[in-house]
Design a protein around this ligand. Structure first.
Ligand code: PEP
Length: 255
């Protein structure tokens, strides 16, 4: 059994005080002890410590939205995996389509970052997904397959125990368009099969593959009901406690 995971990607939103307040509201509404999914909050770097303080002692985990591959040195503006560990992070989102688009992150760059993050003891959430044109040309599996292979190149099975993959079709991120549960389920099955081919079935069955792209309380239940979907990476709907909690709370009700 894979424990579902729901991560809130706050992107470049919330100054420190706002982030603290949002985390406090989420903690207040979080029903501890129920068989809930694992919940991860990923605020901007400047709010990591504040949010970490609020969720400390709860079951909620802290995640960052990026990391650099070197551990220290003359890399102006970058943050190392070790720095993230010292402020309490467990997870790091890597290869998000916005980083691929605005910061030209290639699969090779994502690969270096995943290696550094894993070797530091953090859990990577690797984002992959196709553009609308690529889907329309029938190239979804080719694109997603190349991203997965590129990101995991040179990593052994034992190094991937904590890996989470987020399938995020680019045409669904922040657009209000969501992949249908069937569309998402198909790509998740493809990714699981690819991991089985590249490594083995045991790893592929344990791997958590989550869906991202305009997840809201209204559509999350149908998505999460797909056996291949192990939770969600939530952007816009994670910026308000009420909508984020509604998504989390879909799980104990069984739908
Ligand atoms: C994301 O940030 O990864 C995301 C899926 O955003 P949204 O939920 O707003 O589409």
């Amino acid at each position: 059994m894979r424990q579902p995971i729901i991560a809130g990607n706050w992107k470049m939103n919330k100054i420190k005080q706002e982030a603290r307040e949002l985390a406090q509201s989420i903690v207040r509404g979080f029903i501890a002890g129920l068989p809930l999914p694992e919940v991860v909050l990923c605020p901007p770097f400047t709010a990591l410590e504040a949010v970490g303080g609020v969720i400390s002692g709860t079951e909620i985990e802290l995640g960052a939205q990026n990391a650099f591959w070197e551990s220290q040195g003359a890399y102006t503006g970058e943050i190392s995996p070790n720095m993230l560990l010292t402020v309490g992070c467990k997870y790091v989102i890597l290869g998000h389509s916005e980083r691929r688009k605005y910061f030209s992150e290639s699969d090779q760059v994502v690969n270096k970052k995943i290696k550094a993050v894993i070797h530091a003891g953090l859990c990577p959430i690797l984002c992959v997904g196709e553009r609308l044109g690529e889907r329309e040309e029938g190239r979804t599996e080719a694109v997603v397959g190349e991203q997965v292979r590129g990101a995991l190149d040179g990593l052994s099975q034992s190094e991937l125990k904590t890996l989470v993959i987020a399938y995020e079709p680019i045409w669904a991120i922040g657009t209000g368009k969501t992949a249908t549960p069937q569309q998402a389920g198909e790509v998740h099955s493809f990714i699981r099969g690819l991991i089985s081919d590249l490594y083995d079935e045991e790893l592929s069955e344990k791997l958590r593959i989550i869906y991202g792209g305009s997840v809201k309380a209204e559509n999350a239940g149908d998505l999460f009901n797909q056996p291949q979907i192990d939770g969600g990476l939530v952007g816009g709907a994670s910026l308000q406690a009420e909508s984020f909690l509604k998504i989390i709370n879909l799980y104990p009700m069984g739908d």
